[in-house]
Design a protein around this ligand. Structure first.
Ligand code: FES
Ligand SMILES: [Fe+2]
Length: 359
């Protein structure tokens, strides 16, 4: 079990950075957000800032800190602009070398000196998921993901266009967000209208659990609901979609990425980004299923996509209220939590976490 102080102590978060976030591979974005020349995405973690930038089709990752006087180079979460520091105008090439040093300055060893270059990180993609590694010699992303590489690859092929993205601030430790999505034991109590009545999820026990290398997946099986017949008519145009399952399918990629599929008809990618021991930004991305539709069916699907985003955000809001109170409860606790059979994926997360922290 993870000690309670690890959810509260700022010093522990600083230890998690090299042990969990700068080791292995950390999700940054979907390839869709980096599809064009000069597209960039940034990720701020305590003590580290990452930028992934498209250079004429090739993705490159760097520490997002200008070597000159340490300004952040790209300052937005995502966008499209060259990799140029806004302070004195250093522009960087795909190797992180300054292409042009604005006039009036001589630097000690000329433009090739490593001290004048951005620090390079590794970047790899699995399907449409872009990951960065800050390790000097990391394992390949495929090795890191193990059997879940295939899962991400398959999901990438059936996930359609992005319908919504944003960031939701949580006043709790990032691990509480992860643990919360690894079980649906709470769903009946916390999400009675959304998960239970809306989707028919939360009444049955977790199923088809797979655990490997700290990652895990499971199905949360569906029960019949009063709205099934109505829902079946509303999504009749999706009958030929490639990915169909009667459940809520959930994948966790260690340490802080989760992906879910609601019957293959709506998808969600959540990324719990730590800000401090007691603050986490949940980066949310919602997706439609990939399927060719005529205009009439597309209009129906647009409505369903909007409903899926509304429902997803409602679920996140319901969880957020609980998790912020769990954070307060942890601050007042004097013993460890107790886990039941449905919380098996939380146990797996705790084991992988402890191995990484002690490794
Ligand atoms: S700090 Fe970036 S160019 Fe000076
Ligand atoms: Fe929940």
């Amino acid at each position: 079990m993870i000690p309670i102080s690890n959810y509260l102590d700022p010093a522990c978060l600083l230890k998690e950075m090299p042990s969990l976030f700068q080791k292995g591979w950390q999700f940054v974005s979907m390839t869709d957000e980096l599809a064009n020349d000069q597209d960039f995405v940034t990720l701020d973690l305590p003590g580290t800032a990452v930028v992934v930038q498209n250079f004429a089709g090739a993705l490159r990752a760097f520490r997002n800190v200008c070597p000159h006087r340490l300004n952040l180079v790209q300052t937005e979460e995502r966008g499209n602009r060259p990799l140029i520091c806004r302070y004195h105008g250093w522009a960087f090439d795909s190797g992180g070398r300054p292409k042009t040093l604005p006039p009036r300055q001589e630097f000690p060893s000329g433009g090739d000196d490593e001290r004048l270059c951005l620090q390079r990180f590794h970047v790899e993609i699995c399907g449409r998921f872009v990951f960065v590694s800050m390790e000097e010699s990391p394992p390949s992303l495929t090795e890191f993901l193990g059997e879940f590489a295939l899962v991400l690859d398959q999901l990438s092929r059936v996930i359609g266009p992005l319908t919504n993205q944003g960031t939701i601030a949580h006043a709790c430790n990032w691990k509480l967000l992860v643990e919360n999505v690894l079980e649906c034991y709470h769903c009946g109590f916390v999400h009675p209208e959304t998960f239970v009545k809306g989707l028919g999820i939360g009444k049955k026990a977790i199923a088809d659990v797979r655990i490997a290398l700290g990652h895990s997946s499971s199905h949360f099986p569906k029960s019949p609901t009063a709205r099934d017949a109505l829902k079946a008519r509303a999504v009749a145009h999706l009958i030929d979609r490639e990915y169909v399952h009667e459940s809520f399918f959930h994948v966790h990629i260690f340490p802080n990425l989760f992906i879910s599929s609601s019957e293959g008809a709506a998808f969600y990618v959540g990324h719990a980004v730590p800000i401090s021991a007691g603050e986490t930004n949940l980066r949310t991305r919602f997706f439609a299923p990939k399927i060719d539709l005529d205009d009439r069916a597309q209009a129906r699907q647009d409505l369903i996509n909007r409903q899926a985003v509304t429902l997803g955000k409602q679920v996140i809001g319901e969880d957020k209220t609980i998790l912020e109170n769990v954070q307060r409860g942890m601050g007042a606790a004097n013993r460890l939590p107790v886990l039941g059979a449905d919380e098996i994926r939380i146990k797996a997360f705790a084991s992988a976490y402890e191995a990484a922290m002690n490794g």
